[in-house]
Design a protein around this ligand. Structure first.
Ligand code: PLP
Length: 463
């Protein structure tokens, strides 16, 4: 029994070093391992279906069990050949920052609880603000990821534009918008009939003419258009909506413009990304996820709002037991700017890794994603059996085996997963299933791209 749940300094060091050793072993040999595995549900669920243990067990033995049974039964999103979904390349400093935050159990909800943390979060938010070209009036906060960033921004939009009356209030976005937006709007209480999911153009972007005519049609019948959600890098194809034109239109019509840059906005830190993302700086609110293309461990999302006062207007509620936390106006309480009260110190990992590696290294790391996806494209152009459906853009490419139907591509993904060398998954564009690659891990080599495509081709053509 250990009713204080404590260890001696020596034991803590021993256990802690074991954990670090395990992480270092994992990271330093990642490229030599398979890209991950999926457990058989019948086997693993039977194994993990016990009552809580009354007595404690040996920590090193548990660590070993976790390594073998749990961590090996995951897809390694930080693996250099993980090209599926949106990879999470992560970085070691970010992981150490998380350990530090957890070890100290930092409370980043109020100034009194975590003033040092608030100072770092404010500085890091300000870095994101200036990188994205937002004015100094803008503010924001760190959240768990893109879904919560979109939720936070849309809650602000609702409050700023509608107050408490959501009747007939209409929201517009393209059919390429991430599903989290629909989920968030549902959470916020918007019924399906108040959402306008508009067909995108031939390059998977929101069409301004369609947006305009839908808004006009809704106004004619007395509905209340209030918000447009544009994409800065869609999940499917990396498409960037015509942000500057949409922003101009929204401003003229008094519509709130939220940009979902959860995936793509990070590319603003390099020149190519910045020119592709022109207009990003015009949004009323913006989501961007450092746990995607800014190489932070999960969870790390970020939301920026053009007028930071809008955050407090939307979220501040003052109970009697937080009065002493709210005494001084210069002391910023992040709980007033978002949904959570108790919140972790997500900003530290981004701050510490940017300080350690420098923005220049991050810029090169993002640029590498552009190079890698272009290498995929040029290799595919040499492979006659394959057709590129959506060209390389913002780190994403979609392509299909000319002779394969939907079922063929779905079964090809299973073969790629079983092969274990790399992970490439599917998506559906214009009703057709195909493969999609998102090679944004800066540790991926050219050889790994070439070998991945060679294997994919071999698996596709094998009898
Ligand atoms: C464009 C976009 N928006 C939102 C999200 C949701 O982000 P999260 O999974 O961090 O909640 C994603 C996730 O891939 C995304 O690609």
């Amino acid at each position: 029994m250990n009713p204080t749940l404590e260890f001696s300094p020596e034991q803590m060091r021993e256990y802690g070093y074991r954990v670090i050793d395990q992480i270092v072993r994992h990271l330093s040999a990642l490229g030599e391992q398979s890209v991950g595995a999926k457990a058989n549900p019948t086997e693993i669920l039977a194994r993990y279906h016990n009552p809580p243990p009354e007595e404690g067990a040996d920590f090193p033995a548990l660590l070993e069990q976790i390594e073998i049974e749990v961590l090996q039964n995951t897809l390694h999103v930080n693996h250099p050949r993980f090209f599926a979904y949106v990879p999470g390349p992560g970085n070691f400093i970010g992981a150490m920052a998380d350990a530090l935050v957890s070890g100290y159990n930092v409370f980043a909800g109020t100034w009194i609880g975590g003033s040092g943390a608030a100072a770092i979060e404010l500085e890091t938010i300000d870095w994101m603000r200036s990188l994205c070209g937002f004015p100094e009036t803008a503010g924001g906060l760190f959240v768990s990821g893109g879904t919560m960033a979109n939720l936070t921004a849309l809650a602000v939009a609702r409050h700023a534009k509608l107050g408490e009356d959501m009747q007939d209030a209409m929201v517009y976005f393209s059919d390429q918008t991430h599903s989290s937006v629909e989920k968030d709007l549902r959470v916020l209480g918007f019924p399906r009939r108040q959402l306008r999911k508009l067909p995108s153009d031939g390059e998977f972007r929101l069409r301004l003419d369609t947006l305009r005519s839908e808004v006009e049609a809704d106004l004619t019948v007395g509905k209340r258009p209030f918000c447009v959600i544009a994409n800065a890098g869609t999940t499917n194809t990396g498409a960037v909506d015509p942000l500057a034109d949409i922003a101009e239109y929204c401003r003229a019509e008094g519509l709130w413009l939220h940009i979902d840059g959860a995936y793509g906005a990070a590319a603003v830190i390099c020149d190519r990304g910045k020119s592709l993302l022109a207009g990003l700086e015009l949004a009323d609110s913006l989501s961007l996820d450092p746990h995607k293309w800014l190489f932070q461990p999960f969870e790390c999302g970020c939301v920026l709002v053009r007028d930071k006062a809008q955050l407090r207007n939307a979220f501040q509620v003052l109970p009697e037991y937080l009065k002493d936390a709210h005494g001084v106006s210069s002391e910023l309480n992040f709980t007033d700017h978002g949904i959570q009260l108790t919140r972790s110190f997500q900003a530290l990992k981004l701050w510490l890794s940017l300080k350690t590696f420098g923005l220049g290294s991050f810029r090169k790391a993002v640029e590498r994603g552009f190079e890698l996806v272009e290498l995929v494209e040029s290799e595919l152009q040499k492979m006659p059996g394959w057709e590129i459906v959506s060209k390389a853009q913002m780190g994403v490419i979609c392509f299909r085996f000319r002779q394969g139907d939907d079922a063929f591509h779905l079964s090809l993904v299973q073969k790629i997963l079983a092969d274990g060398y790399a992970l490439v998954t599917s998506t559906n564009l214009n009703g057709r299933t195909m493969l999609r690659m998102c090679p944004i891990n800066p540790r991926t080599t050219d050889e790994e791209i070439v070998e991945t495509l060679r294997r994919v081709d071999r698996l596709a053509t094998a009898p």
